[in-house]
Design a protein around this ligand. Structure first.
Ligand SMILES: [Zn+2]
Length: 196
């Protein structure tokens, strides 16, 4: 058995894995870019179990990346881009339910069919009002009805930004993907002729 140069698991710190694109909790400490020596104690990186194992086996996550890219990958907001995937942690909160939410697969199929029918109706309604598919997504992200006015747009935006901001959630990053959607949706709609 090889000597483990990493310290034990440290949970509940809110650290995120430093491996680029990974948004698992960073619970395992590994030597940082600067190692201990005459200049001081050195710094550390924090990884999830999978990535600390890869790191331990000599894999360099940062190979081929510029210092700016490494910095970005290690920033507290790293991983934002990936949060828009279908199966992000909060996928079941106010979107179509996840398969795992159902004990009975037939119930899941029925729910999906129902959601599809409702979606077709909404699409037809939006088309009648001259709302594009991108704008539809923005309305959904902001929980806006298609007849919302500029005041409702601003109100909904400011409510959702407060709701999803990590500062309002004890640093919990669960809602960062939602926050990003809300900001993008607002930027799209506030410039749209629909809200002129
Ligand atoms: Zn990781």
């Amino acid at each position: 058995m090889r000597n483990d140069k990493f310290h034990g698991r440290v949970q509940g710190t809110g650290r995120i894995c430093n491996a680029p694109g990974c948004d698992e909790p960073g619970e395992f400490r590994a030597p940082g870019v600067r190692s201990a020596g005459f200049d001081g104690p050195g710094d550390y990186r924090w990884f999830c179990l999978e990535h600390v194992r890869q790191f331990n086996s000599g894999y360099d996550f940062f190979a081929g990346m510029t210092p700016e890219e490494i910095l970005k990958a290690q920033s507290p907001l790293a991983g934002w881009e990936r949060e828009t995937r279908a199966f992000r942690p909060d996928a079941g909160i106010d979107q179509a339910p996840r398969w795992a939410d159902f004990a009975d697969p037939l119930e899941a199929i029925a729910q999906r069919a129902k959601a599809r029918r409702a979606d077709h109706q909404k699409a037809a309604d939006a088309a009648r009002r001259g709302i594009s598919p991108d704008e539809r997504k923005a309305y959904d992200a902001l929980h806006l009805a298609y007849d919302a006015d500029r005041r409702q747009l601003r109100q909904s935006y400011s409510e959702l930004v407060r709701k999803y901001h990590p500062d309002r959630n004890g640093g919990d990053r669960t809602f960062e993907g939602r926050l990003q959607e809300v900001v993008e949706a607002y930027n799209l709609l506030k410039g749209s002729a629909l809200f002129a």
